[in-house]
Design a protein around this ligand. Structure first.
Ligand code: CJB
Length: 827
């Protein structure tokens, strides 16, 4: 065969750049409608316009995608692979249009056909392939890697059903399936040439030749195909396009024809159903181990597929895997992909013939591990017999790694208790594999996600491993992408800031500092407040449309949106609302500041207490909102189905951001950053990234209350009941009495008995202990809101001083300190 001729891709090559004027765009949109969608423009439906615009934008992304990919390959630069079970992306069109700076021209182009860009953007379903903070962080990191020039590839799972849809029926959460792929997904490209067989079960054969170490060959009993789907991630100003590669599971044999031919039509599809089940649905457990076999299958499936892909790419460009760690950094986003450590060892030793010690050196140099929680119930551990049955060779490898680590610890002088703490095998609870320990020992760098969280990692869960490897743990405080979380969600504020300090902050968000002095400028404050007011109006409209509740944009919008969890303490917020309700009615003569308390968030379907908290919020809302004696001074709203798109409307509309977790339990938080960046003041505990926000904002601009992490730990050791505090705090007691008496659930007065009695018995989440401080701080904020100048001045300081909390900064730190990759790499 003759050599393939060099074929240049079509596209925007200098000297013929694509035209981005409205005329060209309008013509191309109609071309797509006609030739890709096969619709006459006059008959086009809303979804057809969405698809046509997406395809036009996608062409431009592809123009940047090819050169980005070529550049990395040709330069031989190190690539970063971000392995994550979750990518909570949300909508993609607006992000892409913004980053390519096509918002104005596309808006203009669509106007020619009487189509509104905003309407079209709202039709796109959220890609909800994640549960909450961890998944959203992965999405921000992907965007920031593309924006800061880090050659990154995200690897995850292409769930057919993302995070469930939440409806509220009679006050309670109902879960419904999410179906983001029903209209097809124009952003993804199926890559059947990148598919790999993934094994499960079976046995390990050991071959022993004289004078040589034994060779192990894994013979899996089952095989499943992992097929790649690629989505482009376009960075700011389109300078770089990275790839998000999601794996979909398919059967190797789509149908068992023998079974079908013998009349077993259902049995013929069993294999295919079993295979496809692996990537069918996202587990809705957040900060909680989902201990089922299918979950372990998901974890291994995407880890193994990603590693095969990484190795294939590496060997296509290099002679061997000797230099893998020079060319590849793999970041484990939590322990979900931690089995990768054992799998890479298997590939290096069993498949590529490396001796154990060399393979271990390569493995550790390649991996980094990010921990996102210290909650004991969230730490992953798998029963040994399940692990062994599903992944027999990986289990042997884990035993061998464990033996090596224990030997090292013994040589360092560790005693029995210390050794059992670092062991990869938990011998205490029916033997289990500890994924945190595996990820830790298999990585050269281990990081927490805020300064406090990182210190607590060293003192608690990883205390002994930290002693053994004192250099390994480092901090990388989280961040959020300012493109989605300021520019796109708050065009009003972005416009105002551009007018006031120039556009420099769009490229370097820390330049927002230039706006700090404007806090003292009355005219600017007024404009800043007007933007907030407009954003509040938009949220009020949404609440009115969806829930038929009228709220006053002049009231304080006091907002807590996040997963529902006991440690996040939505319950404390609701109790405070009830106490306020009681006080407003008891003291009608007082000058109360009108307040709207807004909640949103999903509970894990099996998390009983979290679901009760949602129910309580809705029950309290129903009573308070319909009580005329409150005179609209307090309104309570629970907005169903919190997701990224809803967050984009909520964040810019908040006056007050609730970040009130029990200190020491929220690893970082990222909602706290989005709110403050958009000019909300924070009421919060000294927890997670709130601590660093306090440092950046200054103590005048954030409202901190409550016990510190050390104080919480101390009180927990003493196991306090809430009873004495409740007895001594009338506001708290009356609120709890009202709940217990069924004031908010007259049809079922006992509904919240266990929620309340838990507080009396053991105030584990410090709700009673922190109540008074919380109440007092809220009243201080009431007073401040009446002095709008002072409030708005603090709000301006918040926006101006939050630039550091950009995920661009986080990514640059990872790139420099952990990956040694990207523009600022240290060789
Ligand atoms: N986090 O969202 C999750 N899921 C988990 O299973 C464990 C932790 C959150 O990760 C965020 C990103 O690091 C943190 O900001 C947040 O505090 C943490 O709860």
């Amino acid at each position: 065969m003759s050599a393939t001729p060099k074929i240049e891709p079509i596209g925007a090559k200098v000297p013929e750049p694509r035209q981005n004027d409205p005329d060209t765009l309008a013509r191309q949109i109609v071309e797509k409608l006609t030739y890709s969608i096969c619709k006459h423009p006059e008959q086009a439906r809303k979804y057809d316009w969405l698809r046509a615009v997406t395809l036009v934008v996608r062409d431009r992304i592809i123009d940047h995608w090819f050169p980005s990919t070529d550049r990395v390959r040709d330069s031989g630069d190190k690539r970063v692979y971000y392995l994550s079970m979750e990518f909570l992306i949300g909508r993609m069109l607006r992000d892409a249009i913004n980053n390519l700076q096509l918002t104005g021209p596309i808006r203009e182009a669509l106007k020619r056909y009487n189509v509104e860009l905003d309407m079209v953007e709202l039709l796109e379903p959220d890609a909800a392939l994640g549960n909450g903070g961890l998944g959203r962080l992965a999405a921000c990191f992907m965007e920031s890697m593309a924006s800061t020039g880090v050659p990154g590839v995200g690897y995850g799972i292409r769930y057919v059903h993302g995070f469930f849809r939440q409806e509220i029926a009679e006050g309670a959460q109902v879960e419904l399936p999410e179906t983001w792929l029903v209209h097809g997904n124009p952003w993804e490209f199926e890559r059947r040439d990148s598919s790999y067989e993934i094994g499960f079960g079976g046995k390990v054969l050991t071959q022993q030749e004289p004078g040589k170490p034994p060779r192990h060959v894994w013979r899996p009993a089952e095989r499943v195909l992992a097929v790649a789907f690629d989505t482009p991630i376009v960075g700011w100003r389109g300078s770089q396009v990275n790839t998000l590669r999601l794996w979909s599971a398919q059967a190797v044999d789509p149908i068992l024809l023998d079974a079908f031919n013998s009349g077993d039509h259902i049995g013929a599809l069993v294999e295919s159903n079993k295979a496809e089940a692996i990537t069918r649905v996202l587990y809705p457990a957040d900060s909680h181990q989902a201990g089922q076999e299918l979950r372990l299958r998901q974890e291994y499936f995407f880890s193994a597929a990603s590693l095969q892909d990484i190795i294939r790419r590496h060997l296509g460009e290099n002679d061997s895997l000797d230099n893998l760690a020079d060319k590849v950094a793999i970041q484990l986003n939590d322990t979900h992909p931690a089995v990768s450590v054992a799998e890479l060892m298997r590939l290096l030793v069993d498949v590529h013939g490396y001796e154990w010690a060399k393979a271990w050196e390569i493995t550790r140099a390649t991996f980094g591990y990010t921990n996102h929680t210290l909650l004991p119930e969230a730490l992953e551990h798998w029963p040994i017999n399940l692990f062994e049955r599903l992944l027999p060779r990986q289990m042997q490898i884990i035993y061998q790694i464990n033996a090596d680590v224990i030997r090292e610890a013994s040589q360092t002088g560790f005693d029995g208790a210390q050794i059992s703490a670092i062991s990869l095998i938990d011998e205490g609870n029916g033997r289990r594999v500890r994924m945190g320990q595996l990820a830790f020992v298999g990585s050269h760098a281990v990081n927490g996600v805020s300064a406090l969280h990182t210190e607590l990692m060293k003192e608690t869960v990883f205390r002994n491993l930290h002693e053994l490897y004192p250099e390994r743990i480092q901090n990388k405080t989280n961040g959020v992408t300012p493109r989605r979380w300021l520019m796109e969600c708050n065009p009003g504020l972005t416009g105002l800031l551009t007018e006031a300090i120039g556009p420099g902050f769009l490229d370097d968000i820390e330049k927002l500092r230039d706006a700090d002095g404007l806090a003292d400028d009355a005219a600017f404050r007024e404009k800043f407040a007007a933007v907030k007011r407009a954003n509040k109006g938009r949220l009020a409209d949404l609440i009115s449309d969806r829930l038929a509740i009228t709220i006053d944009p002049g009231a304080i919008f006091d907002i807590q949106v996040k997963r529902i969890h006991e440690y996040k303490r939505q319950f404390l917020n609701i109790i405070e609302a009830i106490a306020l309700y009681n006080q407003i009615r008891a003291h009608p003569e007082k000058d109360w500041t009108p307040r709207v308390k807004i909640f949103a968030g999903k509970a894990a379907p099996s998390y009983v207490q979290a679901k009760e908290i949602i129910h309580l919020a809705n029950d309290v809302a129903r009573v308070v909102n319909s009580d005329p004696s409150v005179r609209d001074l307090l309104k309570i709203v629970f907005i169903p189905n919190y997701n990224v798109s809803l967050a984009e409307i909520i964040m810019p509309a908040a006056d007050l951001s609730e970040q009130i977790s029990t200190a020491g339990l929220e690893a970082s938080g990222t909602g706290n950053m989005k709110f403050a960046l958009n000019g909300a003041l924070t009421i919060g505990t000294l927890d997670g990234a709130n601590v660093e926000m306090l440092e950046h904002l200054g103590e005048d601009n954030i409202f901190i209350f409550g016990l510190t992490a050390d104080e919480v730990a101390q009180r927990r050791r003493e196991a306090h009941s809430g009873r004495s505090i409740i007895d001594e705090t009338p506001l708290l007691r009356e609120a709890l009495d009202a709940i217990s008496a069924g004031v908010f659930a007259p049809e079922s007065p006992a509904r919240y008995h266990s929620l309340v009695s838990n507080l009396y018995n053991n105030d584990w989440w410090m709700i009673c202990a922190d109540f008074e401080a919380y109440w007092n701080t809220q009243r201080e904020l009431d007073g401040l809101f009446l002095t709008q100048d002072a409030w708005q001045s603090k709000a301006v300081h918040n926006t101006a001083r939050m630039g550091w909390f950009s995920s661009d900064r986080s990514i640059r730190e990872y790139a420099k300190d952990i990956w040694q990759a990207g523009p600022g790499k240290v060789r």
